[in-house]
Design a binder for this molecule. Structure first.
Ligand code: HEC
Length: 237
């Protein structure tokens, strides 16, 4: 019981910090990160493994690394959620111990005024929280697998929608989507697909903002999925 009380006190102090001025110190020193190198995107995806580079990082960037929050420029509370290295050094990840990891505590906080992402951003879904949980419990590795295949017909429902959900809709959804563009709505995706913006922003072409904002460029394979889908008419297939 004493331990639980101590944890509560620590959590309470922590939340007070969140509301204090922006120039406070970062989170206390995190546990030593597990420095497992990226195992390479050529590895076949195992259904039992949560791969950081494929699922966790894009989701965190899209939901947490928005301007004013935890992108490299804003770095609220010293927390930068844009890469494996920055997450391991600033987000209090304790490999194998989700409930002891600050990032996990923040996304599962039951007080909606303290929970991350802060309102009015929506809470992460149960499935997204589960991704973070499993990734930490599996050792918080910097792992990746090959989850992209451009063979055959490219379908909106099977290829494009999950790609957008993973990399884009954390920012481009909700009451005030980034750039006024809600990418959870097919007709909006179709519009930017056909007017060249979708390709422009994802290939980082001159004259377009680079998307996903603050994150790494989509892989060549994912860019090819988008190119093929648009070339075939960007249908809701
Ligand atoms: C971290 C937040 C964030 C993520 C993730 C993100 N965007 Fe954006 N997006 C923005 C912001 C903010 C803008 C406005 C331009 C700027 O500030 O760079 C924007 C602008 C755009 C525009 C230009 C809209 C216009 O009318 O000019 C498109 C298209 C776009 N994003 C598509 C995407 C796609 C596709 C992805 C995923 C691959 C994505 N975005 C991921 C924040 C984000």
């Amino acid at each position: 019981m004493k331990h639980v009380t101590t944890v509560r006190v620590i959590c309470a102090l922590f939340f007070v910090m969140i509301y204090a001025a922006c120039k406070h110190d970062p989170f206390p020193a995190p546990a030593p990160p597990s420095q497992v190198p990226v195992s390479g995107g050529s590895q076949v995806c195992s259904p039992d493994t949560v791969y950081f580079q494929n699922k966790v990082l894009p989701m965190i960037i899209s939901n947490c690394a928005k301007s004013g929050c935890h992108d490299a420029a804003s770095r609220q509370k010293g927390v930068i959620l844009t890469s494996y290295a920055s997450i391991m050094s600033t987000a209090g990840v304790r490999s194998g111990d989700a409930s002891g990891s600050k990032i996990y505590k923040m996304i599962t906080e039951t007080d909606v005024d303290k929970r991350m992402p802060l309102r009015p951003n929506p809470a992460l879904s149960a499935a997204q929280i589960q991704l973070v949980y499993t990734w930490i419990m599996q050792g918080a590795k910097n792992n990746a697998c090959q989850d992209c295949d451009t063979a055959g017909t490219i379908r909106y429902s099977i290829h494009i929608l999950p790609l957008l959900q993973n990399h884009c809709t954390g920012c481009h959804s909700g009451a005030s989507p980034a750039a006024g563009l809600d990418l959870t709505i097919y007709n909006n995706v179709r519009t930017v697909a056909l007017n060249g913006k979708l390709r422009g922003v994802t290939t980082w072409a001159t004259g377009f903002p680079q998307m996903p904002r603050g994150g790494a460029k989509l892989s060549d394979c994912k860019q090819e999925l988008i190119r093929k889908w648009i070339a075939a008419g960007a249908t809701n297939n």
